[in-house]
Design a protein around this ligand. Sequence first.
Ligand code: NDP
Length: 287
Amino acid sequence: MNTKSVTVIGLGPMGQAMADAYLDGGYEVTVWNRTAARADRLVARGARRAPTVEAALTANDLVVLSLTDYDAMYAILEQAPSAALAGRTVANLTSDTPEKARQAAAWLAERGAVQITGGVQVPPPGIGKPGATTYYSGPEDAIEAHRPALEVLTEIDHLGEDPGLAALFYQIGMDMFWTGILSYVHAQAVAEANGISAERFLPNAVKTMDFRYFLEFYAPRIAAGNHEGDVDRLAMGVASMEHVLHTVEASGVDGSLPAAVLDVFRRGVAAGHGQDSLTSLIKVLKR
Ligand code: NDP
């Protein structure tokens, strides 16, 4: 089998970018997608269209999956006999929960395949570009055996053997990303309601969204269990969020997002953390 040879299953925007990166890198690429027409452009570039899932699996040792979720993986892989999976390494670059990733690794192991779980950290245009990273977890030997092929897509950040770990890091990253980016969208709505354009607000928004200083300040204190209110106090956070909510509502903008933050702050104060740092909320949030 050609060592520069890979199967890509799932040709959404991400799978397309991955197949393109392999073609650019001189790989023999076998593709399969539920909606077969999505493979046409890649086939025109030299990819091989597998007629069946079984053919896609048996074409290569390394099978890259890029699907909406793990349910899609079962819907696809169950179309092939189990024997088609035996001996394969499945780089599952589909995002889902840690539990689903662990279950899938066990399901594949029962069929003689090894799963490498991946959580891609860039949008499709970042695939194959310097600086792009993917969280990986799973057996080190499987990752090392396929390192050159995986590195065609992105750099490898191997977090450990637990197949759920890459999914966990991906999801906690998305927890920050969605709430963080929504805070920007919300603030821009308030800005616009007050006649401030996105271009005008941009430099201020960029400065405010740079949390590096705060993360590096708080992380060692959190690790040491230090939630002292010497720099910030939750009671001050409540007063601040009340001003934010008032400003938002006075601007005619939906206040549900700041109201949710205020609610968490108030619960922290009610739990006795008014004079502690906002990091004490970790204790309140962990059920
Ligand atoms: P899409 O949801 O657009 O693509 C999904 C692929 O899954 C398509 O090939 C689709 O087939 C297939 N699929 C979905 N459901 C089924 C099913 N029931 N049976 C068979 N095939 C199915 O996702 P993306 O390409 O955008 O992303 C792929 C993965 O990468 C996702 O897990 C995503 O979270 C992750 N990711 C995406 C990023 C992005 O910016 N796009 C960034 C980082 C990670 P069909 O074409 O037939 O519909």
